[in-house]
Write a protein that binds this ligand. Sequence first.
Ligand SMILES: [Zn+2]
Length: 673
Amino acid sequence: MITSALPYANGPLHIGHVAGAYLNADIYVRHLRALGKDVVWVCGSDEHGAAITIRAQKEGTDPKSIVDRYHALIKDSFERFGISFDIYHRTSSELHKETAQAYFLELEKNGSFEVKTTEQYYDAKAGMFLADRYIQGTCPNCQNPSAYGDQCEKCGSSLSPTELIDPRSTLSGEKPELKETSHWFLPMERHEGWIKEWIEKGILDGKPHHDIDQWKKHVMGQCKAWLDSGLHSRAMTRDLDWGVPVPLEQGKNKVLYVWLDAPIGYISATKAYCEANGKDWKDYWQNDESQLIHFIGKDNIVFHCIIFPILLKEHGGYNLPVNVPANEFLNLEGDKISTSRNHAVWLHEYLDEMPGREEELRYVLTSIMPEVKDSEFTWDDYQARVNNELVAILGNFVNRCLVLTGKYFEGKVPEPSESETPEELKELFATNADEVSTAIQAYKFREAMQAAMMGARIGNKYLADTEPWKLIKTDEEGVKKILFESIRIIAHLIRVMGPLLPGTSEKLKGMLGEGLDAEGKVVKGGALGEVGLLFRKVEDEEITFQKEKLIKEPIAEEAAQMDVKAEIDFETFSKLDIRVGSILTAKPVEGADKLLHLEVKVGTETRQVVSGIAKHFKPEELPGKQVTVLLNLAPRKIRGVMSQGMILMAEDETGKLVFVGPESAIDDGSEVR
Ligand SMILES: [Zn+2]
């Protein structure tokens, strides 16, 4: 039973996601399938939680539209990239709702929860309790005025909403009030004993459960750090109207916490898959013979190694994971991948912009996979790996071998009389497939890819050393043998590359045609299929385009994330008296190089206005210009001149100023509203 972290349906996938929990699992699962194991691999969109409702609110739409859009985009990207889930489900489905509610009720029945009343911020105007992300205020640590209720993104400290200075609701801009609310808490401190023994020794209920030496050090490290600081009670429900409703009368207007809801999504996805395929989901989740493995990124370790196992054990009957091989993070061009800054390589854009290069991305991401520490993707490295490894080694070997066979032996697998395996190839055929397999089963995908490439390296060297293109003039029998053995190497590559580069493996099968039997053995005299190029060189222009895109395209989301001042009502707005006026005269203000002294005619009045625009405009270019003026701003004496209004200007990030005047001429004194 294999699971991959459910992608959150509020944005597209980037290569960091792919290298974190999907490509590794895909290789692992394809390998298990090739071994003939009974394996189910599930994933799906995580469609609940406050981040979805916040996004919907910013875009002026409803949560359903957001999740429908991103579920479709994510599912499609996975399919196009060749990620072979048995099912890609979604947590907004009815089956998931039933499954999650039944799970919750079972825990409730078992006494796994404690209902506690706490005080939480409530927005009276919006009529709702505020999720942490809906509250902004000043950070108590760094004074950042727009810290969130759970975190300050400026100094990185994690906060609770009540720590914020001057908290305000992002829904109404109002100061929220503290109000009592009840929630179902999971008292995790009850479970410290057994979970410690399970994590640190691999022992469950007094019996060996899994081999802790197979767990990654950084995964164990994070779990131990958490356990050392003590487990605490955690709320498993939320006051929100988007999610799986709490199925109890006293839980009205509450939903399951997204971190209770999402992992149950693995179970509901398995149910959906099994229902459609005549299987029993319990064989995978509730059977001693089955092993549960979670593929995730390092940000999900605690949930999958501590919280979800507690939930599984509290329910009863379920298997606990035998391993959680979390990957670390993938960085991009010297910086963290950032969704909000659009510093990312988006999978769907890659697939559109680099068509036919799915295998190249698979190869590069596997080769640099952040298995035990953070790693980095750069476009130069991508180009170098594709051109110097895939094209120059794998592609070149296959091409030389098959083109020569076409030329000398009419495109049929040669039939040498003697068939002793040459010394230099013996080790490859004897041990390489096991090396690749062992590495994959130990979650060492980089090592597996390197080992799999050995066949192509050795094949290339074999051709270079034996030089069949020269030998053909004197020893045709010798060339038959060389090319036959080379085709055996291709057959070997088809097998070991199967899980790693499945598309390439399929292409190679096609090229060997009748020269390969159903068991993967080379058939002497078999006619080869059509021989084509496996990989195209990556040109400089392709790389330059991608690099420039990273620099040039900051933030499609910026507009949505702009800091807007607190809301005002119409009455407040209507107090402003803004009118169109014409500048009559403009002159410098003595002793102030930024200021101009303007006389502005507004209707029947002429007003004196001191304006800080001298650095941007010359006095002589201003008379006659129509502008907008805020008339009822309290008069103020500036450098000895009484300023009786304010000229409205627009200013961009660079400090550039332009007048905000009427689009076409209109009578002075016309009201702006
Ligand atoms: Zn801060």
